[in-house]
Write a protein that binds this ligand. Sequence first.
Ligand code: ZN
Length: 131
Amino acid sequence: MGTPSAKPRRPEGITLRHRKGCPADDDRSCRCKPAYQAQVYSPRDRRTIRKSFTSLSEARAWRADTATALRRGTMRPPTRTTLEEAADDWLLAARAGIARTRSGDPYKPSALRSYEEALRTKCPARARNTT
Ligand SMILES: [Zn+2]
């Protein structure tokens, strides 16, 4: 026959992820529910955004949407804003007089100190760093 057997083309940017221990990894038939991991590269951020889906169509849709949003600049990769970082931002703003009390007054230094104290006791990692 001689016709080269064309391998089914994998959808670009989407990889099939089998669960741990699935026989498919040894070329046997799949016994898990694999996830479809879509990935889009963001040149501006020099990083790849990945997300897993249970269906190929969802993965494709997400990938298309994300690629479009990145091109238009309407989407940024998710940044890791921890509670701790948010608290830091707030404290800085409060100290600078940007964050105000409900009545519109700047926070009193004593009030800020007690907030910091509260943060320290809630974040053991922070306490280690600051003492
Ligand atoms: Zn599998």
